[in-house]
Design a protein around this ligand. Structure first.
Ligand code: ZN
Ligand code: ZN
Length: 423
């Protein structure tokens, strides 16, 4: 392994453990991957080993990994009984919950081929997605309450790298993707940890500014988009850092450029068009639009993957409503890379987006203490799904509607209109 590459992996592992998870002495760390794929791709092994080393250096008591393999998933789709795709183990959800309730940290590493299941039947892909979503719902619920410090990062893998860099010679694709991840995670800086502390401070100033505004709605205009999203009273803008129930400050997504909050589930109206393809359930959904009335999707159109998109929207009542809206300036380093990653962790930081499905309770004042019914009454969306899709571009305009009806510009040509200052 070449020295530079090893140094990049070590810097990424340090950043993940110290800034991402802010792993505390005596915590355990569980490293997982996409649950539907079975766990962390074997190609991520060199990074996982560096993360384990960084975790023990930070005082971890035990580091465990749940490994998965795309080929094993491919074999399932080829050979498993046709009526078995809703099978899901009961031990895994129990183990995940026991780990989180014990106060231990969780890290997800994504390195999967976004197009892996494109030739499989949408019914079977949807069955696997739904069984997984249902099975891990209580775990996801604890994570969405920030019960413990958790994180999501990505690792380069050959099939994914081939999608991002189709014009590069195959032997060079993975190293190109690693170099890019390094740049976007600021690992090329002399002191990546300090660079992240500065960046996270800037995101905090932006969320403070928006939280003082308390807009009652945002209005979006862009190519194919004319959408009003109502914001509930007490909505909280969040970005960069989160805090666990026990007071640990952590940065769940690396890289992260977004600030986000929750929409009012019943006050979304108009038409929204995706600005990038969505990789969902191993299928690419491209060129799609959704029309909303009274918060609910009433029309679905897609150039490609429409059947999978329809099944997502019909998964449960909450899957046809929005649970997140996020603003990302078009000047973000990921947008500037000009690359399409087919991976939400990166692409969502390249563009403003919204999510179908569950709202995060921590994006509402007092939300974490609310029952599901109370949260829904306050405008929070409840669902087994949470799927982001991109709507931002260099042409997006966003206006904020103040509680007294005054309208003011928030974004023009995809950029923030004012500089946030911490007050
Ligand atoms: Zn987001
Ligand atoms: Zn999201």
């Amino acid at each position: 392994m070449d020295v530079d590459f090893d140094r990049t992996l070590r810097a990424y592992a340090d950043l993940t453990v110290r800034i991402g998870l802010n792993l505390q002495p005596r915590q355990r760390l569980l490293i997982i991957g996409p649950i539907a794929n079975g766990g962390v791709s074997l190609e991520a092994a060199p990074l996982v080993r560096h993360i384990a080393a960084a975790a023990y250096d930070a005082g971890a008591r035990l580091v465990e990994t749940l490994w998965g393999d795309e080929e094993v998933l491919a074999v399932r789709f080829k050979r498993a009984p046709r009526d078995s795709f809703d099978e899901f183990s009961t031990w895994l959800p129990k183990a995940l919950i026991e780990h989180v309730e014990g106060g231990h940290a969780v890290l997800s590493i994504y390195a999967n081929d976004p197009d892996q299941l494109k030739d499989e039947s949408p019914e079977q892909v949807a069955a696997v997605q739904q069984a997984t979503a249902r099975g891990v719902r209580p775990f996801r619920e604890l994570i969405s309450r920030n019960q413990t410090n958790w994180g999501v990062i990505a690792a380069a893998a050959s099939s994914w790298a081939a999608r991002v860099f189709p014009g590069v010679e195959p032997p060079r694709q993975v190293s190109r993707l690693w170099e890019t991840i390094g740049l976007l995670c600021r690992l090329d800086r002399p002191d990546p940890i300090a660079a992240w502390e500065t960046h996270l401070g800037e995101l905090a100033a932006r969320t403070d500014h928006l939280n003082r505004k308390q807009y009652s709605a945002l209005r979006y205009k862009g190519p194919g988009t004319d959408l009003t999203i109502g914001l509930p009273a007490g909505h909280l803008w969040v970005g960069g850092l989160s805090v666990t129930a026990t007071g640990i400050r952590f940065a769940p997504n690396l890289p992260t450029e977004e600030v986000f909050t929750m929409p009012h589930k019943d006050r979304v109206d108009g038409l929204v068009r995706s600005s990038k393809p969505l990789s969902y359930g191993g299928t690419m959904i491209e060129g799609f639009s959704l029309r909303f009335a009274g918060g609910c999707v009433v029309e679905v159109r897609a150039d490609r993957g429409e059947a999978v998109l329809r099944r997502l929207v019909e998964m449960d009542p909450g899957a046809s409503r929005l649970g997140e809206l996020a603003l990302v300036p078009h000047s973000s380093p990921i947008a500037q890379s000009g690359l399409l990653f087919y991976n939400t962790l990166f692409d969502e930081n390249a563009a403003s987006h919204v999510a179908l499905g569950a709202a995060y309770k921590f994006t509402l004042r007092g939300g974490e203490a609310m029952s599901e019914e109370e949260f829904e009454c306050a405008g929070g969306n409840v669902s087994a799904a949470h799927v982001d899709f991109m709507i931002g571009s260099a042409e997006l305009e966003v206006n904020g509607v103040l509680p007294d009806g005054t309208i003011e510009p928030v974004m023009r040509r995809g950029e923030w209109i004012t500089t946030a200052t911490s007050a």
